[in-house]
Write a protein that binds this ligand. Structure first.
Ligand SMILES: Nc1ncnc2c1ncn2[C@@H]1O[C@H](COP(=O)(O)OP(=O)(O)OP(=O)(O)O)[C@@H](O)[C@H]1O
Ligand SMILES: [Mg+2]
Length: 291
């Protein structure tokens, strides 16, 4: 299969958990207006893992924030879990690059925070809150955080803080998990561990994951499909199906299929971002300097 020719707006095989139609987002007005997103059409199926890549400023975070209900779109529609998105909801959890934990709460308290809020609002019975604390313990174990249960965020490494943030996001069992460069600030080794962890969570919890990254290798390793976005205006350029088994191991990154797809996607991002022209110009200038 020539993966470069796979251009489709259908992501995931079953009924879409997220359906985006003719979505546009414009920031500002008049000459200062920025078309962050133009005419986005995308279906993200139930229990699918979709990764978004593309040059800086192509609208990845804006798209994710619109799905999360943290940002409003200018035109078009977004439906998540069969309901139009009009604001944030417990069905869509978000994990950011910055660890965004509450520094005055311990690891366990951070993880339980959302349930505690709901309990205070009267949304849960005490039995439900008790069951939730069992889930918090399970998530603590799953993330390998047992020893840090009573620690405060500033006593943890970046990787550990991000595990807490993921556990906290998973706490209310959100069907959709939105992740914006969640491992961007981590070192390469910690990131690999996090990749395998998030894959495990994805298979265990059957979550639908939309994951933004700059790292093409990360996008392929984690995603079933990789959506390449292009800037000015922000849009979907192409969608690549990842022809790898559902269960991935680090060695797969050395396979020919993986490397070939990586090269294609990197090349596509270069072409759509204008970076290729910049590199050609730089080469030409270097040539002129030599003569
Ligand atoms: N609140 C805002 N006000 C005005 N313009 C904005 C705002 N947020 C984003 N933009 C603009 O919208 C465009 C898309 O931004 P966005 O942050 O979604 O890109 P991105 O693909 O996530 O970039 P990066 O890879 O650097 O994180 C950019 O041109 C950005 O300057
Ligand atoms: Mg961004």
């Amino acid at each position: 299969m020539d993966v470069s020719e796979v251009v489709s707006a259908e992501v995931g095989s079953s009924a879409p958990k997220v359906s985006i139609r003719r979505l546009s987002k414009i920031f500002g007005e008049g000459p200062a207006a920025t078309v962050a997103l133009q005419n986005i059409d995308l279906d993200i199926g139930e229990h699918s893992f979709v990764t978004l890549v593309g040059a800086s400023g192509c609208g990845k975070s804006t798209l994710l924030r619109i799905i999360a209900g943290l940002e409003f779109h200018t035109a078009g529609e977004v439906v998540a879990n069969d309901k139009p998105v009009t604001g944030p909801g417990a069905d869509r959890a978000m994990v950011f690059q910055q660890y965004s934990l509450f520094p005055w709460l311990t690891v366990t308290e951070n993880i339980r925070f959302s349930r505690k809020l709901a309990a205070n609002r009267g949304d849960f019975t005490s039995a439900e809150v008790e069951a939730a604390s069992g889930r918090a313990d399970t998530l603590l174990n799953l993330m390998g955080l047992q020893a840090a249960a009573d620690a405060f965020p500033n006593q943890l490494s970046g990787g550990m803080q991000q595990r807490v943030a993921i556990a906290r996001a998973l706490m209310p069992r959100p069907p959709i998990l939105l992740m914006d460069e969640p491992f961007g600030a981590l070192d390469a080794q910690t990131r690999e561990v996090m990749h395998d962890l998030i894959q495990y969570v994805y298979h265990l919890e059957k979550t639908t994951i939309v994951f933004v990254t700059h790292d093409v290798e990360e996008a392929i390793y984690l995603g079933q499909r990789v959506v390449v976005m292009a800037p000015r205006p922000g849009r979907i350029d192409s969608i690549y199906e990842v022809p790898l088994p559902a269960q991935r191991f680090q060695d797969i990154k050395l396979s020919l299929e993986f490397i070939r797809l990586k090269r294609e996607i990197v090349e596509r991002i270069r072409e759509t971002s204008g970076m290729k022209t910049d590199l050609e110009l730089l080469e030409k200038l270097c040539g002129q300097l030599k003569t």
